[in-house]
Write a protein that binds this ligand. Structure first.
Ligand SMILES: [Zn+2]
Ligand SMILES: [Zn+2]
Length: 133
């Protein structure tokens, strides 16, 4: 009971957070069905479920690897498709904790929000191993 209440509260906070960042929300809504399907991580081979907190899952919660498929968050318009390694952890105002990913193929870098308050949240042990960026 208590857990469920906490989860509900967490979700509400996440929604409020998204609602205040209008541009991100717009980008995120494109191709949403495709975003919210389970995928198998190409680095650790584990099955990754979609986020249950209304946000977009773009990296593996177990090994934190990502895949280079977006130009902007969630659009799937990048054709690189390279595996992206987590290289660091940063904290930016208003956006919370973010993982810095670097593409092994084209060397592009991007920052992605840590997944919390969801099924399969990002592995805390793995997060702690990342150097501050
Ligand atoms: Zn993985
Ligand atoms: Zn790339």
């Amino acid at each position: 009971m208590l857990l469920r209440e906490n989860l509900r509260r967490g979700r509400r906070v996440a929604e409020t957070d998204w609602a205040t960042s209008g541009t991100i929300r717009q980008e995120r809504d494109m191709g949403r069905e495709e975003e919210n399907t389970p995928f198998t991580c190409e680095n650790c081979d584990r099955e990754v479920l979609p986020l249950s907190n209304g946000s977009y899952r773009n990296h593996c919660p177990f090994c934190l690897f990502s895949k280079h498929v977006d130009v902007t968050l969630g659009d799937r318009r990048n054709e690189c498709g390279g595996l992206m390694s987590p290289t660091g952890l940063t904290h930016k105002g208003g956006k919370g904790l973010q993982i810095i990913h670097r593409c092994r193929r084209c060397r592009a870098q991007s920052a992605n929000r840590v997944a919390e308050d969801s099924v399969q949240p990002d592995d805390a042990e793995e997060l702690l191993q990342l150097p501050p960026a």
